[in-house]
Ligand binder design. Sequence first.
Ligand code: CDP
Ligand code: MG
Length: 749
Amino acid sequence: TTKKLEVIDTVRDKTGDLYKYTKTGSLLVNERRANKDRKKSARDATNIKTSRLGRVLGKQEKDDDDKADEEEKTFLDDEAYDKNTLQQQRRKLPAYHAREELMKVIAENQVVVVIGETGSGKTTQIPQFLYEAGYCKFGGLIGVTQPRRVAALSVAKRVSEEMNVKVGKEVGYTIRFEDKTSPKTRIKFMTDGILLREALLDAELDKYSCIVMDEAHERSLNTDILLGLFKRVLTRRRDLKLIVTSATMNADKFSRFFGNAEQFTIPGRTYPVETLFSAIAAQDYVASAVKQIIRVHLRSEPGDILCFMTGQEDIETTCEELTKELETLIKSDPSIEPLQVLPIYSTLPADLQSKIFRRSKYRKCVVATNIAETSLTVDGIRFVVDTGLMKLKVYNPKLGMDTLQITPISLAQANQRSGRAGRTGPGLCYRLYTKYASLKEMFPEPIPEIQRTNLSNTILLLKYLKVDDLSKFPFLDKPPIETINTAQYDLWCLGALDNFGKLTALGKKMSNFPIDPALSRLLIVSSFSQFQCSKEMITIVTMLSIPPIFVRPTHDAALQRRSDSVREKFQVAESDHLTLLNIFNLFKANGCQERWCTKNFLQYKSLRRAVEIHTQLSQIMGSQKLAITSNPDWDVIRKCLCASYFHQAAQFKKYGEFVNLRTGLQMRLHPTASLYGLGDLPKYVIYHELLLTGREYMNYVTAVEGEWLCEFGEIFYAAKEKGITSRENQARKEHEFQKVIAEQRKLIS
Ligand code: CDP
Ligand code: MG
């Protein structure tokens, strides 16, 4: 028996209201009415029990053996719970009790480091306290930064609910390419990247009266850079309050950084958590996790489960296997309770994300990335299943790019993860690794992002902010000198820095786009008189900035073939970039319809987003006084792509294989590339990125001419009779040489 109630009939009445009926003929829900009622109940919280929706479902429960539809049921619970107990819930948070003292410390100090257990109310409460204490009185904003987009979004939603306003009004959020704020907005949640961009336009951050740097312990690259910038801003703006919040790790470091800034610890209660290590190392961490979750579910007392995985892919597998396993179990023993399995990762659509916060009738099992370590708190967790792994962005100097690698977490993170089980009562944490492995393989603390990532983007911004001498910048932890040098070299190659490490006019323009330096260069170059194809290039850059647009059904082979053949229909033989352009234009020509996307196996949501990003990039082009002109000549567009991506070029070697012109690295065409499977492959190509899945694959590839590479990439390539040869070493030497001259000049002047 399935536990879910089937909706077998939907009927629309004269007023257009939609009714859903169940097998037994009872009315499940009237959708439009339900919506109206939801609004009404927001106005009148006490009325909820007698609302129509309430009665419908109340009746449902009494006279129907079937369980009410999961979705609607939890929604109702959620609704009643929201309106009646939100304020009660607030009052229970440790931050609430510390309010008076905390606000006093903030009033007396310019910088305060606030420390508190995860879930104590730092993120949701402090901005409200500041607001209520009048820090917005003279029009100033309260800015709250988050290292993750999901967190910015979900927290803005939560706080606006608590304050009983709509998101985008008094409480809003801004993430890249999406701005949900208005002139009314007083509390603004945003990613740290957004605030960094704002600092470019207004170095003093004048519109803010308070800034909360939330989750500073995560040590994201942008947070670290912002903290460095604040050192300067704070001396010039004595009225600005800075609040740095941190889980218990790293707090002293922040304090010291700001000249022994005041610390405030929110007293919290936590319950003991018993930690169990695995006796042997897990071979397959997904399978072990599934087994452990089922064991907990079958044997233990009540309480929700939180499982830490590395990323979307294994989260999805875990959820699938868990559901399958449980179905089999329940079939053989119907007395076993269902388990509500909920995934959470940063690219999960927002409506699915918020599901983890809803109340459920059954035991919940949340399968999450390290996002649930500190930035999201799910109440009621009593069991934690920890794989001890995470995905980490690591700079790979051999490939000259960031790669996502699965690596062991640090000891501090392991403790943070187990602590999640002890928020509401004593808990249990099952570690799927041995104690020996934890001692041998785990660092005590995580390595800050600034020490393991490509810094081109950051250095471009710092140069824009006139931090010419990077060794003088107050880094919380210094990045490795090689990383800084590589980044400067890359920017020099792109023409963003001159021979003396100073920002060029081109570099200045580039730093105004919230995208990778190579892409912003592409946009700028496309407006040059030689190409005049900026309209097309905006589309291409947009399409490279959204999540994948192709849908490939996973289980059905026939559907898979159909989706592949549809994709071929869109493909422009010599270029994936042109294919993207083609699809975007067709999407618009077909009225941006969802139906058209479904029919053609394309992601509607991604394409809708593309339309928005397109508008924004066009606006930035306008504000930079860059002409937007259209040029339908595909050869010119390919040439323009070559003018910006010459640094990522490859030469054909033998069937399916290419070698990187600069590094000699062997690379293949990705199977989804337009060129893939063609009999006659071009001699030279440029590519947008490298994908690492066992082998090195070029993703988004365009055929180019050898002469173009020599023309635009003369710093790297020289034309010889046999073809192009690399002069990479020469280029590096020139770069080094110029640095020496620059140093000497500095000494003289
Ligand atoms: O920032 P900190 O970890 O100290 O706590 P918080 O994020 O402010 O969370 C405080 C409480 O709000 C927790 O009990 C969360 O479960 C709840 N919360 C929620 O229900 N929904 C959200 N989107 C965010 C927080
Ligand atoms: Mg928080």
